[in-house]
Structure formats: C-alpha cells, structure tokens
Design a protein. Structure first.
Length: 231
C-alpha cells in the first residue's frame, strides 16, 4: 500500500492495481501545427505536461503500474465520427474544423495521420496498452473498462489533454464506474482560458476524486522502492 499526498486528502494505492491513463497526448493537441494550434488554442502548456509525463512513466512502469494510452481517432471515411444527427458532428473540434476548412479534411485525428500520432517524446512502450476512442470519454464504446477489470485495476492516475474536456470526461466516467480517479494537475494541459482548468480541478476535487502532482507520485514510489531494498 502506498499513501499519496493529494487534495482534498491523501489517497492510498496499490501500484499493481493502479493504472496511469495518458489521455490524448497526440500531435493534434500538443504539437505546433496540430489541431489545437491550427484552431488558435494556446498550446504552451503542453511542453511542461510532456516533461512531467516523461518523469512519471518510467518510474510508474518500474513500480508495476499499468500504463494505458487513450488516442482520439477517426477512420478515414469518418464513419465512426457521427453524422449530422450526432452531437459529436456538431461539437467536436476536429469535425468542426474539417467542415470549415475543407483542405484539412482527412488530416485531423484521422487514423495513421501525423495529427493522430502520440507525440514522439511519449511514444508507448511494447507493454503499454493503447485504446482507440472516437468520443471525449475513453470509456465510451471502447474496451477500456473490460481491460482494467481484467487486470484488477482500482485506482486510475490521469495525465494528458485536455484537462477540461477528454481528461475530465474520462475521469468522471471512471468515478461512475467505481474506479478511484486521481488527476495529476502538472501532467496535463487544458484548452481555452485558465479558468477552465481552475473550475475543472475545483469541481473534480470536491465531487469526483483527488488531485496530486507528478513529484508527489515519483517521490512516494522512490521511498517505497528504498524501503524494499535489502539493508
């Protein structure tokens, strides 16, 4: 058992029953020339979030935590994106931009496109698990829940983008499904004004889960590892 300092109170995890959920750390959301950048969003917060993930993931893997990557993705024919009767057709940024700017059709979040790829600095390792999704929540019409149940995972530590959209949607669904969700506030980036980030974290801390940081987890795992070494 490992005690993590968190808000509003510490939370205890078992590393072997804990998963890191890396949400949509793709060129679309975190790289210059990606979808967020093309839409005019400030992506400057992506670089420190990437660095935090780079510190976290090797330590988490070594501690026996499961690492799951969520990857927002559409088929080239957009058959899984929803037609005009779907709210996703009208609200999801990639769908909106591809209608507004026809030259982008087939380039935003499309399977195997540059925009779709996980950023180079955080490429998954062979033992990591990748879940393709076509909606904000990683639990919507995917095998994520079944995969986590099969590994007896209870606690989910969330990183990625965007704090106030896909991270929030997935973490809320995790709570509804009786997982214990924890947000790593420095290992994610938000979209839009900073009050989006602030309100998401406040709401999550008070109603849905816990908030901690990369350093808190890395240090807790370091201490735990030191305690298990022979004297």
């Amino acid at each position: 058992m490992l005690a993590l300092e968190a808000r509003p109170e510490p939370v205890c995890i078992v590393p072997a029953q804990t998963a890191i959920i890396v949400v949509d750390m793709q060129n679309a959301f975190a790289s210059a020339g990606g979808m967020f950048d093309l839409a005019g969003f400030d992506i400057s917060g992506a670089a420190p979030a990437i660095e935090a993930n780079k510190r976290l993931l090797p330590v988490a893997r070594k501690a026996g935590m499961t690492v799951v990557y969520l990857q927002m993705s559409y088929r080239p024919d957009l058959g899984d994106a929803g037609d005009i009767s779907s709210p996703n057709y009208h609200k999801e940024l990639g769908m909106v931009l591809m209608r507004q700017r026809p030259e982008l059709r087939g380039k935003l979040l499309i399977d195997n496109s540059w925009d779709w790829q996980i950023v180079d600095a955080l490429r998954p390792e062979p033992a990591d698990h990748i879940i393709r999704k076509s909606r904000y929540s990683g639990f919507c019409n995917t095998g994520l829940e079944a995969y986590l149940r099969s590994r007896k995972i209870r606690h989910l530590l969330f990183t990625g983008v965007a704090t106030n959209v896909c991270v929030d949607a997935t973490a809320r669904d995790a709570y509804m499904l009786e997982f214990w969700p924890v947000l790593l506030e420095d290992a994610m980036n938000h979209s839009g004004p900073d009050f989006n980030r602030q309100s998401t974290l406040w709401n999550f801390e008070n109603a849905f889960g816990w908030i901690t940081s990369t350093d808190m987890i890395v240090e807790a795992l370091r201490v735990k590892t030191a305690e298990t070494l022979p004297a």
